[in-house]
Design a protein around this ligand. Structure first.
Ligand code: SF4
Length: 370
């Protein structure tokens, strides 16, 4: 099986923490969409597997695409791949794009899941992050989707914002839970040097929170969401029963994927490719790629990295089968001090971090690399 990803690298406004490749030249979008059809036709054979299990529109801001354009890309995928096993078609959306009219048209497409970038229910925090919407607009966007029958909804929230922990974070969590959505992604704010927040930090206008507070907020989020019945199944992801994100879970399981669009990444077998065209080059049909060969070592390290960020952890049987028994033994030996410290749990043929310790995953992962 395989998955398909469409990257829409356009944003009307740049969030103060965002370090992704995205551009404001929304007028290029029609040409870009036309070229995405062409790239999809040309690159379909990149995947070894013809059967797709999920399709994902990410960005940037995919909700800048008209629902008809979204459906046309899905139809193109149906012409090129076997989509009979596709269970999930997700579009990332910005709350203020979800007008009544847009939602009504979206509900008529094959999209069956919407991932909404809400980030916070505190208007002041939203202003600091330079988001386009208010807390109320975000809430209304979710209600509008639910009224239109689009009930498979995920929302993103951000914690670790200086000055917006405590009651502000609690209120965001309460309002998020009150929406009754099946999936919540919760990310710690990271400050990248080239972002507006990064520059504010350099000027002393913003002071990131310290590690201890980070951990407290991480646990506050974990405790609130798990107490409400959400399973903390990946470091940043929580789901009600049967609401795990299928597309992202496939990434974490090492399933091959084809990414279409400027800045999109693809992965198959021993190859990783990414499109380095700017949006303008892409709009002109000038597709440029870079690629990397993945050797045995990269595959093992990738497995360790994704497995330890998920609640299932490392399956030593899977490691032995894919990479040999000596790799499984090496991992057990490398994890010993973490097991003794109670950070890593050794359960039968599994090594895993309890979700409340996921914050330590980077240190554990590094120690288990080849
Ligand atoms: S909407 Fe997403 S991609 Fe666009 S600027 Fe904000 S965080 Fe970045």
């Amino acid at each position: 099986m395989a998955t398909l990803y469409f990257h829409i690298p356009f944003c009307k406004r740049i969030c103060s923490y965002c370090d992704f490749y995205r551009v404001g030249a929304v007028q290029l979008l029609p040409d870009v969409v036309g070229q995405m059809h062409r790239e999809l036709r040309e690159r379909a054979t990149y995947l070894k597997e013809r059967r797709l299990t999920s399709i994902y529109f990410g960005g940037g801001t995919p909700s800048l695409l008209a629902p008809d354009d979204i459906e046309a890309l899905i139809s193109r995928a149906r012409e090129l791949f076997d989509c009979s096993a596709v269970e999930e078609i997700t579009i990332e959306a910005n709350p203020d794009d979800l007008t009544d009219d847009y939602v009504a048209r979206l509900a008529m497409t094959s999209v069956n899941r919407v991932s909404l970038g809400i980030q916070s229910f505190d208007d002041e925090a939203l202003r600091l992050m330079n988001r386009r919407h208010s807390a109320e607009e975000a809430e209304e966007a979710v209600r509008r989707l639910q009224r239109a029958g689009v009930c498979n909804i995920s929302i993103d929230i951000i914690f670790g914002i200086a000055g917006f922990g405590g009651e502000s974070l609690d209120a965001t969590l309460r309002r998020a839970l009150a929406l009754g959505v099946g999936h919540i992604s919760a990310y710690h704010l990271t400050i990248e040097p080239r972002t507006r927040l990064g520059i504010m930090c350099q000027k002393g206008e913003y002071q990131p929170i310290d590690e201890e507070l980070s951990e407290r907020e991480y646990l506050a989020v974990h405790n609130a969401l798990t107490a409400a019945g959400y399973e903390h199944y990946e470091v940043s992801n929580y789901a009600l029963p049967s609401c795990r994100a299928k597309h992202n879970s496939a990434y974490w399981r090492g399933v091959e994927y084809l990414g279409i669009g400027a800045g999109a990444h693809s992965f198959s077998m021993d190859n990783r490719t990414w499109c380095i065209s700017t949006a303008k080059q892409y709009a002109e049909g000038d597709f440029r790629y870079e690629e990397e060969h993945l050797g045995r070592r990269e595959h093992i390290d990738e497995y360790v990295m994704t497995a330890l960020r998920c609640s299932e952890g490392i399956s030593l049987d899977a490691v032995a089968e894919r990479f040999g028994c000596e790799q499984a033994e090496r991992m057990v030996a490398a994890a010993q001090s973490w097991i003794e410290a109670g950070v890593v749990l050794s359960e039968g043929r599994r090594l895993r971090l309890p979700p409340e310790r996921f914050l330590l995953s980077d240190a554990v992962i590094e120690s288990l690399f080849v």
